[in-house]
Design a protein around this ligand. Structure first.
Ligand SMILES: NC(=O)c1ccc[n+]([C@@H]2O[C@H](COP(=O)([O-])OP(=O)(O)OC[C@H]3O[C@@H](n4cnc5c(N)ncnc54)[C@H](O)[C@@H]3O)[C@@H](O)[C@H]2O)c1
Length: 257
């Protein structure tokens, strides 16, 4: 995909990987980005700083809670009304909080389905759209690694499986939207701190874990997201970890219909 002139909507974009992704997309030539986030103050501040760099015609902030269908619907509507179209959706909003697992499932799993369904409604060729691309942000925690946050991991496994299945060739043939999945490793944001806290609750030594981790910056993941938007085949799953270049995950072919 050539990013020039495209329009993107990014959820959870007031901070961390989402904000870095919005910036990388603009740096790489998209026409406009909608920064969607539940946090009004952070979102407004983020938009203001991005506007300083890229201009007010290319950025909007839309207060959006991905657990609320109407919020997301309004976000898509406003993005299309502002920039004329939507070509790229990054379902990135996420939390880590296994003590409030129902909210975690609402945001990390159901929020991704809501965002993907709307992306298909706006971009699906079977619905009169022109196609496009979606990146669903999962985690290396969703690739079967044991960790201290089972529900968080489960939501991320869901995102991996869902992104692959919604790209099942007969479905892709119909909607024509390239749906990709990005699995970041430890990235320097409050989510990484949350993972470490969960280990600490199980009496792991946080400092010891940290000494074995290569903490990457959100920009590194954002560059990976730009790369897979350009190169990724439908339904592919990618890892951005340890500051290394992104790579594609190979899955065993277990079921052949
Ligand atoms: N940081 C890591 O180590 C890491 C690793 C793997 C995956 N991830 C995933 O990357 C994504 C981005 O996380 P991050 O690390 O940048 O964290 P972050 O906390 O910096 O950013 C998350 C953003 O999501 C927003 N958000 C939370 N709930 C929301 C809701 N209901 N609706 C809309 N926005 C909401 C927050 O306000 C925040 O701006 C998440 O899905 C996370 O699970 C992060």
């Amino acid at each position: 995909m050539d990013l020039h002139g495209k329009v993107a909507l990014v959820t959870g974009a007031a901070h961390g990987i989402g904000l870095a992704t919005a910036e990388q997309l603009l740096k790489n030539g998209v026409k406009g980005v909608a920064i969607c986030d539940i946090d009004y103050k952070k979102g407004e501040d983020a938009a203001a700083s991005v506007i300083k760099e890229y201009g007010k015609d290319r950025v909007i902030f839309i207060k959006t809670d991905v657990t609320k269908s109407n919020d997301l619907k309004e976000a898509f509507k406003e993005t299309e009304e502002t920039f004329g179209t939507i070509d790229i959706v990054v379902n990135n909003a996420g939390i880590i909080d296994d003590d409030h697992w129902e909210t975690e499932v609402e945001i990390n799993a159901k929020g991704v389905v809501r965002g993907t369904e709307l992306a298909l409604k706006y971009m699906g060729k079977d619905r009169g759209g022109k196609g496009g691309a979606v990146v669903n942000v999962a985690s290396v925690a969703g690739l079967g690694k044991n960790s201290a946050c089972p529900v968080y991991d489960g939501t991320k496994s869901f995102v991996v499986g869902y992104s692959r299945s919604i790209s099942f060739p007969p479905l892709y043939k119909s909607h024509g939207v390239r749906i990709l999945c990005m699995c970041p490793g430890f990235t320097d944001t409050p989510i990484a701190a949350g993972v470490l806290d969960a280990y600490e609750k199980l009496n792991f030594d946080k400092q010891k874990i940290l000494s074995n981790v290569t903490m990457q910056q959100p920009d590194h993941v954002a560059e990976g997201i730009v790369h897979i938007l350009r190169e990724g085949e439908p339904g592919t799953v990618w890892v951005s970890d340890r500051c290394e270049p992104v790579y594609q995950v190979n899955f065993p072919e277990l079921v052949k219909p």
